[in-house]
Design a protein around this ligand. Structure first.
Ligand code: ZN
Length: 117
């Protein structure tokens, strides 16, 4: 059903790995620190971006979240073993505001940030 879309996303994802190919430069919405230079814009949510690397950010290893209904972030359920799809919170290092999450594969999902095109 969606194989063609998936192929196109994968192709864009591969292209994005090459320096110089980016959908936007992302900055913290609170302090304007630049946090990402190579990212891919979400196909359905224009204010969400995916990236393999960020700068000037900190990952909060102990704050785990999962995507709930409608793509909203909800705290991961308590338990001895975190769910395999748990996301860790990523904050801007200078000001500490939330800029996104990083998943178990090391992919960053950034939102609520300023994008320059
Ligand atoms: Zn900031």
């Amino acid at each position: 059903m969606h194989d063609k879309d998936a192929d196109e996303r994968d192709a864009a994802w591969v292209a994005e790995q090459h320096p110089g190919a980016t959908d936007a430069v992302l900055s913290c919405a609170m302090c304007f620190t630049q946090i990402c230079f190579v990212c891919q814009r979400h196909v359905r949510f224009p204010d969400q971006f995916r990236a393999r690397a960020v700068v000037h950010c900190r990952t909060l290893e102990h704050e785990k979240y999962v995507f709930g209904p409608r793509g909203l972030l909800v705290p991961a359920p308590d338990g001895p073993v975190p769910p395999p799809d748990a996301l860790r919170l990523v904050v801007c290092a200078p000001c500490g505001s939330r800029v996104g999450v990083v998943d178990a594969d090391g992919d960053y999902h950034l939102f609520g940030v300023l994008a320059s095109f």
